[in-house]
Design a binder for this molecule. Sequence first.
Ligand SMILES: Nc1nc2c(c(=O)[nH]1)N[C@H]1C(S)=C(S)[C@@H](COP(=O)(O)O)O[C@H]1N2
Ligand SMILES: [Mo]
Length: 221
Amino acid sequence: MVLGLLGLGAVGVAAGPYLQRAESALAQRDPSGLSGLLPGNNGFRYYSVVTSVPERDAETYTLTVDGLVRRPATHRLADLQAMPQRRLVKDVQCVTGWRVPDTPFEGVPLAHLLDAAGVAPEAKAVRFSCFDGAYTESLTLEQARRDDVLVALRMQDAPIGHNHGGPVRLYVAPMYFYKSAKWLSGITVTGSVEPGYWERNGYDVDAWVGRSNGRNDAPTN
Ligand SMILES: Nc1nc2c(c(=O)[nH]1)N[C@H]1C(S)=C(S)[C@@H](COP(=O)(O)O)O[C@H]1N2
Ligand SMILES: [Mo]
């Protein structure tokens, strides 16, 4: 059973974001992994398209901003913590159906990082990369500049833990949760939208909750 799940994880491209392994201290204390099949992880499910992800902390974490910008930059965690922060409390909605109400996220508005980098006039989009070495996401520049899109440092009023994509993940509040790339390591300003990991496997690039992917969920507010 457990081996079967790990095997599926290795071919996640075919299985789509239905793949999941529950996180939480409970799952970590249960080496059988069976608790991961039960509900109760505060409503969240653990997702990763790779079987293991390196840990990064305040000493080792960096976020690069590059591409079509005048001032490419590499930010450490302390740099991000020193920037303006915004806190949002909205529902999280996964495209597979689960929803977690009223979840606080806090971090640097992506627009602030883009402004600091000086976006070139010909830029149209932003591509995100992750230190899991596999996942990617993207937004149009207009979407990326929304005030409900954060480079998040905190989730549920605590530093983001490793399983939830810490120390830094993207948070795209109005879109399905697959847009909220975990383990964020790179922000590259580009000339056109490059579909992300799940989007190359059939999910909508414009992932507005309730208006995409053939679903009619209520907006996240
Ligand atoms: N790097 C990375 N980010 C990711 C994913 C992933 O597999 N890898 N899965 C996405 C999907 S489909 C969901 S629902 C959420 C799950 O976030 P959680 O593990 O904190 O619940 O992360 C999104 N971001
Ligand atoms: Mo998801």
